[in-house]
Design a protein around this ligand. Structure first.
Ligand SMILES: [Zn+2]
Length: 125
């Protein structure tokens, strides 16, 4: 079946979100469980995690002092991350998120994804 896959569906369906200046640095803090500083002062709290169709994830954040909302895109799993997760599964262990310490992957439809970053790391059996 061929279908035109239209990008930007998420942007169209959600209300306006601001983007953050240094997503990479914030993501590193987020993976480590650290406090996320907000550009407006205060900190950012995670309101929601959403798995995207392409295997990546996105985080919805809100600033505690300004109540502005931001969205961060979480990059897709890399080949080595997928391999790491597959090895864990093959060894009979609980599949864990390669980015989050101790975060067990959950099943989302046909995939195993991290509920903290929304990224899909493996196919569910
Ligand atoms: Zn994760």
């Amino acid at each position: 079946m061929t279908s035109l896959h239209s990008d930007g569906g998420v942007a169209a369906e959600s209300d306006r979100r601001l983007t953050l200046p240094d997503e990479d640095a914030l993501l590193r803090l987020y993976y480590d469980g650290g406090r996320l500083p907000s550009p407006a002062g205060g900190s950012l709290v995670v309101l929601g995690v959403r798995p995207e169709d392409d295997g990546s994830g996105s985080l919805l954040l809100e600033c505690t002092s300004s109540s502005l909302r931001y969205k961060i895109s979480v990059p897709k799993a890399t080949r080595s991350e997928r391999k790491k997760v597959r090895t864990l599964i093959d060894e009979g262990g609980d599949p864990k998120c390669p980015r989050h310490q101790g975060e067990i992957l959950v099943r989302i439809r046909h995939d195993l994804a991290c509920s903290s970053c929304g990224v899909r790391y493996a196919k569910a059996k």
